[in-house]
Write a protein that binds this ligand. Structure first.
Ligand SMILES: [Zn+2]
Ligand SMILES: [Zn+2]
Length: 350
């Protein structure tokens, strides 16, 4: 099989060829049809996240082993299955749920594998889909995409389920406007799913006018320039006193400050983005304003199944998707790092 491998953090991915693995036990072998390039892949390739104040969280310290095939947004066609893989049809087109836990701890058993303390996530802690083949450890992680286009369904595995998981944490979704910070690929996905889930209206914040325009065209009721000093006040004015919910898809010091300042009493700030940084918070206003600060990390397997069902019912989110050959992975990562990607780029083996 051919692959783009991370052999050293901070260095370009390397093109390599190895014998295609034979699935054992419950494993299923997919021929990769599409692998989305996610912003987190930049952090994974760098090998660290920024914790603020010069501190870093190393992925290798947290169990990432090299060489690694990146890619956690994968759709593939089943080509083979191990002797214990039940109910798998060769030829079926499947989305691979990448947020795989140990499968045995209490958290995993109640269906929240994305919160397991021993994650084996595809493309992070085990090999992902920047390749022409992908091994998935158990058929339960495969979800039939029906007749959805592979390259447009692939981003549902991270971008989709991450925003779906965040939107599900908003109790006022249908009654009140929701503020979405960040109008990149994740923001446009969030906006589309917000609508599909019957959301009231969305106020989208971005510092980039091109991305604000994309959000407006995608149905945002209002857009706010997050770079303006009165951005929080604009949110407070537009929501008549503050937002009941802010979903922060950026996760920087500035976006967190803005999101928390833009809340009404009793409001909820959900942080999803992993841009990095830190903030200092005065404590008395947290109880006095009765605000909630909640983290949201990708999504669970049941949420992924719900999401695919929702999309098969309401149609694919209209997020722009461009396809590129697998061997262009390094170029695509560079373009993403430079902020040149609107929507999603999906790699396809050729
Ligand atoms: Zn991702
Ligand atoms: Zn577990």
């Amino acid at each position: 099989m051919r692959m783009m491998q991370l052999c050293q953090c901070g260095a370009p991915l390397q093109f390599n060829e190895q014998p295609t693995p034979k699935p054992a036990g419950t494993e299923v072998l997919l021929k990769v049809l599409a692998a989305g390039v996610c912003h987190s892949d930049l952090h994974i390739a760098d090998g660290w996240f920024d914790l603020g104040q010069g501190k870093r969280m190393s992925l290798q310290d947290r169990g990432m082993k090299l060489p690694l095939i990146l890619g956690h947004e994968n759709v593939g066609e089943v080509v083979a299955a191990g002797p214990e893989a039940q109910g798998v049809k060769v030829g079926a087109r499947m989305l691979a749920h990448p947020w795989i836990g140990c499968g045995t701890c209490a958290v995993c058993r109640r269906g929240e594998e994305n919160l397991c303390r021993a994650m084996k996530s595809l493309g992070v802690f085990s090999n992902g889909g920047y390749a022409d083949h992908l091994v998935v450890p158990h058929p339960r992680y495969l979800i039939d995409i029906g007749d959805l286009a592979a390259e447009r369904a692939a981003p549902l595995a991270c971008s989709g389920v991450t925003t779906y998981g965040a939107l599900k944490k908003v109790p006022t979704l249908k009654e009140e406007p929701t503020v979405i910070i960040g109008a990149g690929g994740l923001g446009l996905m969030c906006l589309a799913l917000h609508k599909a889930m019957g959301g009231n209206s969305a106020i989208v914040v971005d510092i980039d006018p091109v991305k604000r325009e994309a959000a407006r065209n995608a149905g945002a009721a209002m857009v706010v320039d997050g770079g303006r000093p009165d951005a929080a006040q604009q949110i407070v004015d537009a929501t008549r006193g503050g937002a009941w919910a802010v979903i922060d898809l950026v996760g920087s010091s500035a976006s967190a400050r803005l999101g928390i300042d833009g809340l009404i009493k009793g409001g909820k700030y959900v942080i999803v983005g992993l841009y990095g940084g830190d903030i200092a918070l005065s404590l008395p206003p947290i109880p006095m304003r009765a605000i909630t600060i909640q983290g949201s990390y990708v999504g669970s397997l049941p949420e992924m199944r719900e999401l695919i069902e929702l999309v098969r019912r309401t149609g694919l989110p209209g997020v722009p998707v461009a396809t590129r050959p697998l061997k262009d992975a390094n170029d695509v990562l560079g373009e993403l790092r430079a902020g040149k990607v609107v929507g999603r780029v999906v790699l396809q083996p050729v």
